[in-house]
Design a protein around this ligand. Structure first.
Ligand code: COA
Length: 428
């Protein structure tokens, strides 16, 4: 017998059998449950989409209770150990790991598109010196929509491929220029001899040397961090990408919106918030007082808790190992002791244990980025670069899914009933 859910409507005494597929019922199947023939039918109320799937996806699998994260079926731990960011991006976007020939071609295509149009550079130069790099980043990504009008052809596969290559290739350049702009240094051109992360570090940190060579441990650490951040199914920014993209706007415009969602402190801004929190705590002695304030509802323990993971975030485990490798090169980040002690206390504290609050990906990533020489304001930008792969893959999946339409949630209207306009002179 097929899986069904039988609902009895006590208002009418009628029974309904709703099909269950993959563990879900279709919300629109509830519409048939009515008391009057002309009523709109039953709907669900689900603020923040706590229990609603908005799509069927083949890209990323998460089991939050078990702490599992897989891209296209491959466990994140294996990808972090063996893959590169570009290979993982290919996997996420195209669904399979590339053959060696495909990887060479993909790498060449990305390398070919790393430069920015001179006018995009001029646009970036127009920002104030103290503009937040994430604000510069998302504005510039949005501006690319005007530079690449062919991106409007979203149902042309060739065009989508082109924008995909441009986006993956150009986001590190945009990010690096946003950073160089903020410190008043000239922009460094991309160096196509270098790896994806090696080139990014070159554009960020090269000074007068003719050839920049990143420390291989740091280059690899960044690669691992990029792999960990490449996709995370239907999070806030990805939902924004899909939601905006569902209006059939070009991918640059949609991605500017996704990047804006990522900017917020509850999402991609969290690692920035973690560092500010650790700096504010200042010393291990101040931790008990800080935890007490959090438990009293005066602020949150940033980098803890996750909408999906209700056990240790698998990415946080990998990041902790990466942190050890990085600190061997850079020296220990002085805030690490505070972070470790905070984690130790929180993991034993009844408040955090009962609410299943564990360190998330952002708890340690900020410490690594800071040790590598990145200013705190660059953290969300460092998240946006790899997440571009996920945003594109999710956007394309949404576009090609015949079940998708323009995103348009319902509301429960709780405002005034109909009333007549009162003229201004009668309103006092
Ligand atoms: C990530 C986050 C937004 C998820 O939120 P959510 O799934 O909506 O969970 P809720 O806000 O409903 O929290 C559930 C409970 O845990 C508490 N809680 C959640 N995260 C907390 C945190 N970081 N510190 C202290 N308490 C926290 C809430 O106050 C709430 O307690 P209550 O039931 O007594 O009211 C949230 O955990 C958070 O704000 N974390 C800090 C920011 C962060 O690190 N974000 C990065 C995510 S990758």
């Amino acid at each position: 017998m097929a899986d069904t859910l039988t609902i009895t409507d006590n208002r009418t005494g009628k029974q309904y059998d709703l099909p269950i597929k993959d563990g879900f019922i279709k919300a629109t199947d509830l519409k048939q449950i009515k008391t009057e023939t002309d009523d709109a039918g039953l709907a669900t109320y689900d603020p923040a989409f706590m229990n609603t799937a908005s799509c069927r996806s083949r890209i990323t699998f998460i089991d939050g209770d078990k702490g599992i994260l897989e891209y296209r079926g491959y466990p994140i731990e294996q990808l972090a150990e063996h893959s590169t960011f570009l290979e993982t991006a290919y996997l996420i976007i195209f669904g399979e790991l590339p053959t060696q020939a495909q990887l060479v071609e993909w790498t060449n295509q990305i390398t070919f598109h790393t430069m920015l149009h001179e006018n995009i550079k001029k646009l970036m130069e127009g920002f104030q010196y103290d503009a937040h790099p994430m604000g510069v980043f998302l504005s510039t990504v949005g501006a690319c929509s005007a530079f690449y009008p062919d991106a409007k052809n979203i149902f042309d596969e060739q065009s989508r491929r082109k924008q995909t290559q441009r986006l993956i290739a150009k986001v590190p350049t945009i990010a690096a220029y946003a950073y160089r702009h903020s410190i008043g240094r000239p922009y460094n051109n991309p160096d196509n001899d270098l790896s994806f992360t090696g080139n990014f570090l070159n554009m960020l940190f090269r000074m007068t040397e003719l050839k920049y060579k990143a420390n291989p441990v740091l280059e690899r650490a960044l690669e691992v961090l990029f792999i960990l951040h490449a996709d995370h199914e239907q999070n806030c920014s990805t939902s924004a990408m899909r939601g905006i993209g569902s209006s059939h706007v070009d991918p640059y415009s949609a991605m500017a919106g996704a990047a804006a969602a990522l900017y917020g402190p509850l999402h991609g801004g969290a690692n920035e918030a973690v560092l500010r929190m650790l700096t504010e705590i200042g010393s291990v002695d101040n931790i008990p007082g800080f935890i007490k304030r959090v438990k009293m509802g005066e602020g949150r323990l940033m980098g803890f808790g996750h909408r999906v993971y209700k056990s240790y975030d698998p990415r946080a485990k990998i990041i902790k190992q990466t942190a050890d490798a990085v600190f061997e090169v850079t020296g220990k980040n002085p805030l690490l002791d505070i972070a470790l002690e905070l984690e130790r206390i929180a993991l034993q504290d009844e408040y955090f244990v009962t609410r299943k609050l564990y360190p998330n990906v952002d708890f340690y990533s900020g410490l690594i980025y800071q040790a590598m020489g990145f200013p705190v304001a660059m953290f969300p930008v460092l998240f946006a670069i790899p997440r571009t792969a996920g945003w594109i893959a999710q956007w394309e999946e949404m576009l090609l899914d015949p079940e998708q339409k323009i995103a348009r949630p319902k509301q429960v209207y709780i405002g005034s009933a109909r009333r007549d306009y009162v003229s201004r002179d009668q309103r006092g």
